[in-house]
Design a protein around this ligand. Structure first.
Ligand code: NAP
Length: 405
């Protein structure tokens, strides 16, 4: 069976052959364990959904410690080129090297591939122990801007020449004093970056029948960065989607507070208030669009409401490629023990199959996982919190899930 690359047409749609070649980065620490387990599930799901007419050829590419050990580089150029060429890749967690060259392989991948949206769906899986009284009300998708904000990497240590120059410049240009022993970080938020992120979030809401998109910002304090994100968000929603959307003020002025059928409500919340809302009124929120740092915090906080990061999937999407990933780290103390929960990578793979248009296989994975959890056959992290559960190894969980597809 000849395997082919996925292509993108001129209008930006994916052209997916029946036998696509998809690169994977196994990941460090527990990466090899969860990758092996996930691959079993992906191949079985595609086979169950499409028989022999479709299959994925997995191609290993290197990043992180494995890449460093084999090539001397944390993120070899070939890896970036392979992801660009194949349009799609999936990855396990990667060690963040401390004090060595590259700041973070994950952040570097997002920036160099311009994967401008980090997407995290957070939905309760019945049976998973969690802290909420009504976790079933949590069903949100976070669109986090992925390339700018304080993650842009513009930071200078206290006492460094650059920090001193910036402090002097600010004082001479504005008269404002900054303590001379301050570290300095820059928070760029652009109209381009904000608009494309919010546009993707609203498009997703429209295409998936979601009721609202909430812009989460701290614009009351950071007016020209987070406040501007908010303004540009409303601007692009109105320009690009016209009467498919309605704002909260419109809703009350023109529609008596009732959302007209088929429209998406665009609203905004200040970030600190939003952290309360996800706990107190989760049913009122569907899609969240956030700048980078808010999105980082809120994605993990939301994952906690449905039982933690062990099962939270993620995708990084740009114009020309997409990278799907486990959202937890490398958990080095469990490396090679065949012990941890592969759920996050498995569900990220389901997002990848959705992205390919292979929704039948993706749905089988999500249903199979729910069924496996309902049978209380789970890995240690869930077994220790579930009464009457049977603890399974990482690979055993994958095999049980594959049986349940
Ligand atoms: P971590 O690797 O996520 O592990 C923290 C704890 O979370 C583990 O000790 C374990 O808890 C639990 N955990 C994580 N993954 C799990 C899984 N699949 N199944 C069950 N439990 C799981 O966070 P960390 O220790 O802060 O970070 C370790 C390394 O990973 C660092 O180098 C960090 O930079 C990197 N990292 C990478 C990514 C990424 O690649 N996207 C993300 C985050 C961190 P218990 O001890 O309670 O069992």
């Amino acid at each position: 069976m000849a395997h082919e690359k996925i292509e993108i047409s001129e209008d930006g749609t994916l052209i997916v052959p029946d036998n696509p070649r998809i690169p994977f980065i196994e990941g460090d620490g527990i990466g090899p364990d969860i990758w092996q387990a996930s691959k079993i599930v992906f191949d079985a799901a595609v086979n169950k959904a499409y028989g022999r007419s479709r299959a994925i050829e997995w191609v290993e590419i290197l990043a992180g410690e494995k890449a460093f050990n084999q090539t001397g580089e944390w993120l070899p150029e070939k890896t970036v080129a392979d992801i660009k060429a194949h349009k799609i890749a999936i990855k396990g967690p990667l060690t963040t090297p401390v004090g060595k060259g590259i700041r973070s392989v994950n952040v570097a991948l997002r920036q160099v591939l311009d994967l401008y949206a980090c997407i995290r769906p957070v939905k309760y899986i019945p049976g998973i122990p969690g802290p909420m009284l009504h976790p079933e009300q949590v069903d949100m998708v976070v669109f986090r801007e992925n390339t700018e904000d304080v993650y842009a990497g513009l930071e200078w240590e206290a006492g460094s020449e650059m920090a001193g120059k910036v402090i002097d410049l600010i004082e001479s240009e504005t008269g404002r004093k900054i303590r001379s022993d301050s570290g300095i970080g820059i928070k760029p938020i652009s109209r381009t970056g904000s608009r494309r992120l919010v546009k993707m979030a609203v498009e997703f809401a429209i295409n998936h029948g979601k009721k609202s998109v909430t812009l989460v910002h701290k614009g009351n304090i950071m007016k020209f960065t987070e406040g501007a994100f908010l303004r540009w968000g409303y601007e692009v929603a109105a320009e690009a989607f016209g009467d498919q959307v309605v704002t909260e003020s419109d809703l009350w002025e023109n529609f008596n507070g009732e959302l007209p059928d088929g429209r998406v409500l665009i609203k905004d919340r200040i970030a600190d208030a939003m952290f309360q809302q996800i706990l107190l009124r989760p049913a009122e929120y569907d899609v969240l669009a956030t700048p980078n740092l808010n999105g980082d915090y809120i994605s993990d906080a939301l994952a906690a409401t449905v039982g933690g990061l062990g099962m939270a999937p993620g995708a990084n999407i740009g114009y020309s490629c997409a990278l799907f990933e486990a959202t937890h780290g490398t958990a080095p103390k469990y490396a090679g023990l065949d012990k941890v929960n592969p759920g996050s990578l498995i569900l990220s793979g389901a997002m990848m199959l959705d992205h390919l248009g292979w929704g039948e296989a993706a749905d089988r994975i999500r249903c199979g996982l729910e069924k496996t959890v309902a049978q209380k056959t789970v890995t240690y992290d869930l077994a220790r919190q579930m009464e009457g559960a049977r603890e399974m190894k990482c690979s055993e969980f994958a095999n049980a899930l594959a049986e349940n597809l």
